[in-house]
Design a protein around this ligand. Sequence first.
Ligand SMILES: *Cc1c(COP(=O)(O)O)cnc(C)c1O
Length: 424
Amino acid sequence: MTNRELMERAKKLMPGGVSSPVRAFKAVGGEPIVVREAKGCRLWDVEGKEYIDFLMSWGPLILGHAHPYVVSEVERQLSRGMSYGLTCYEEIRLAELVVSSVPSVEMVRFVSSGTEATMSAIRLARGYTGRKFVVKFEGCYHGHYDGLLVSAGSGVATLGIPGTPGVPEEIAGLTLVLPYNDTDAVLSTFERYGEDIACVIVEPVAGNMGVVLPSEGFLEVLREVTRKYGAVLIFDEVITNFRLSVGGAQEYYAIDPDITCMGKILGGGMPLGAYGGKKEIMSHVAPEGKVYQAGTLSGNPVSVVCGRATLEELLRLKPYQLLEERTRRLAEGISTVLKEKGIPHTINRIGSMFTVFFTEVPVTDYASSRRSNTELFGRFFRNLLHHGVLIPPSQFEAWFLSTAHRDEDIEEALERIQTAVRSL
Ligand SMILES: *Cc1c(COP(=O)(O)O)cnc(C)c1O
């Protein structure tokens, strides 16, 4: 059966034929592929076509698809039961690994997705402070929780407006949306609303408007101003935890947030999220405290084993320098190919994640990321796909490398990319 035939079947059964919107390739055009299987850094569709994968399930697979050690540990757990509804030994092992790896996390609560992590962290911040406003940054994505699916109104430091039908104005109005990297906007917002702000939530490295790095001093200002006003600083490290280093962006930039949201690599490809932080704050979570949050499958034994095996392997390999080196080679190679063709571009890169923007303007926030030529990106995406290179089907996402991307895979990918770009 072909990709097209299967997508037609899927569309009759699931909205858009997908379980998450961006998988429908709407932003890039062309036919979505239907995956048959994946191994290491390669993925095959139902037609048997092979791709070198830089989507990597949107970030969780830092060891590549079906890593042998992770698979064997998960298989062993499967035959021991897939859910208990009670605390299990493996959950405690993963909690120990998280607490010893992530500098600011003293206690952790497991959930099943990144969305649940951010949603719960915000409830906790509000419960802990007794305040209602949440500060977020334009272009940062924190999952599909109502209060965070909010767009900026006009002007700086505005009350948010609903970012999608289904979110009431009253809820969006509790979120203050500011431009990323704009410390003046942060300071003036705190002057005006400071006593009512429960928390600031931020991607310490933004990955969801394409990769955008924090400008010098930005994260430090967030730390200082939240401390001064008694608000909670939440780092959404769902992408960056165990990606930039074992300790995530907070270790990389040496900032001490109050609550950290985790997901993606934490579950190594299985559904798993977590939020954690200072004992003083985490002790307000039920049953120790009064802020309610629960989950039938939370701390699921298969997910926590998958996460535990992934973290063990990361701690053993310490692959970050090698990943960075290979990612740099790939990004520089792409830049060379684009220059040959005379295509203006900017590549934002940190560690093993990067985005190719089709604009010459430096990309430092949401407004500048939106300058990228998305029509050109669509053609770039489709040509790459045609030549066997899978990248995120949206301009405003990150490409990810894994330890399964060897030097020879990078070389092969660059050859395919060169062919694809020449026929742009
Ligand atoms: C992916 C992501 C989320 C949401 O995680 P889900 O598991 O998709 O719910 C939240 N925050 C950031 C920064 C993310 O990249």
